[in-house]
Ligand binder design. Structure first.
Ligand SMILES: *Cc1c(COP(=O)(O)O)cnc(C)c1O
Length: 425
């Protein structure tokens, strides 16, 4: 394939934006290539500046569960645009979206709309701290919760007791109260609770981890976490920015039958527009300003265009419950293709990830044992064949309702080819 136009657009972009991109993983550094500049998308496909077409399994990192440019969503957005883009005042549609979310995910008794997953997480943690009057937060190694200061941590060498900033520009003061536990290891949570008795506001987790590759929760892990937090007066927050409306209409909490106190949503919730959500128990959300004293605000929060895209997308998901069995069926075909071709693959619903390690991947350390050079080879093989997958080992492959049986068949064939190329050479 030829990537001339993308190459020259990239050179120009690099002059004005760090790395030529507006979010680091887009730069393709992890797979030692240059990014493609995308011109358009239609259903399960995207088209780059050079006119190459790809079956798209990035789906904008999750939002694209219905594929690109769904006619109903586009039409609703176009119509909404004609009435003005933003007012900074309440609109009826915000309540419509809130009701819709609440009907799909009953734990969301009360919620607030914000603009990004990062903002939702930052705000939900403030709310949990405000409600409990406690400062410490437990997160899990390998879970990503956006880029707010207190979430940018990695486990320190002090065996899960101390966390350290995972990048420069994050003061240690900001991460001092963030404790890091091991995903799928309930005893690591018990130890942290024991050594920080009465000081922990909340535990935040991706109920199915999808930012260290895809790592499902072990059977019973989330239920044990629910029990442990409840017994200790600690709030449980599910960060469902990826899993919300993806694993089921009611997200991972419906899929696994575990009810958190608070939840964050994003990605699919905005139907492709910048929109995210935090919410949960009414008694907790009533602590948020102007009812309570936990401050949070946003000029563009509840933006009418984003809200319209969200409503239309969620309505389609609500009206067509077969969407979930369909994407599961297609994902199952891909999972089989991976397995038959010698890959070590994890799958939860329509999220997949092949790892290049002999270990069964259940923790962050297991994920880190994957051979990322091999992932880069796999990535390039697929790209050259017209299959667009995440340019990093530590991301998910997203299957959408718009992927046709033909798309899935072609992808399965490419996976088989990639397996031969990587494992038999
Ligand atoms: C993407 C993501 C975020 C951050 O959302 P942004 O909209 O990129 O700020 C937070 N949590 C999880 C689980 C995510 O996958």
């Amino acid at each position: 394939m030829i990537y001339e136009k993308s190459h020259s657009l990239f050179n120009e972009a690099k002059k004005y934006m760090p790395g030529g991109v507006n979010s680091p993983v887009r730069a393709f550094q992890a797979v030692k290539r240059e990014p493609l500049f995308i011109k358009s998308g239609k259903e399960g496909h995207i088209f780059d500046a050079d006119g190459n077409s790809y079956v798209d399994f990035v789906c904008s990192w999750g939002p694209g569960i219905l594929g690109h440019a769904h006619p109903r969503v586009i039409k609703a957005v176009q119509k909404a645009c004609e009435h003005g883009l933003t007012f900074g005042a309440p609109t009826e549609k915000e309540t419509e979206l809130a009701k819709l979310i609440s009907s799909l995910m009953p734990s969301m008794e009360m919620l607030r709309l914000v603009n990004s997953g990062t903002e939702a997480v930052m705000s939900v943690i403030r709310t949990a701290r405000g409600f409990t009057g406690k400062n410490k937060v437990i997160k899990f190694n390998g879970c990503y919760h956006g880029h707010s200061d207190c979430m940018l941590v990695k486990a320190g060498s002090g065996l899960l007791t101390q966390s350290i900033p995972s990048g420069s520009g994050v003061p240690e003061n900001c991460t001092r109260d963030t404790l890091v536990a091991e995903y799928n290891d309930i005893s690591s949570v018990e130890r942290l609770i024991e050594s920080n008795k009465g000081e922990i506001a909340c535990v935040i987790i991706e109920p199915a981890a999808a930012n260290m590759g895809v790592v499902p929760p072990k059977k019973g892990f989330l239920k044990e976490l629910r029990k442990l937090t409840e017994e200790n007066g600690i709030l449980l927050i599910f960060d469902e920015v990826i899993t919300g409306f993806r694993l089921s209409p009611g997200g991972a909490q419906e899929y696994y039958g575990v009810k958190p106190d608070l939840t964050t949503l994003g990605k699919i919730a905005g139907g492709g527009m910048p929109l995210a959500v935090y919410g949960g128990r009414r008694d907790i959300m009533e602590k948020v300003a102007p009812v309570g004293k936990v401050y949070q605000a946003g000029t563009l929060s509840g933006n009418p265009i984003a809200v319209t895209a969200g409503i239309e997308t969620l309505k389609i998901l609500k009206e067509n419950k077969d969407i979930y069995s369909e994407i599961e069926r297609k994902s199952d075909i891909l999972e089989k293709a991976f397995k038959d071709s010698g890959f070590n693959v994890n799958r939860v619903g329509s999220l997949l990830c092949p790892f290049f390690t002999d270990k069964k991947v259940q923790t962050y350390d297991d994920a880190l044992s994957s051979d990322t050079e091999k992932y880069a080879e796999y990535f390039s093989y697929m790209l050259e064949k017209g299959i667009y997958i995440a340019p990093s080992q530590f991301e998910a492959m997203f299957v959408s309702y718009a992927h046709t049986d033909e798309d899935i068949e072609k992808t399965a064939e490419c996976i088989a080819g990639a397996g031969k190329f990587i494992f038999n050479s």
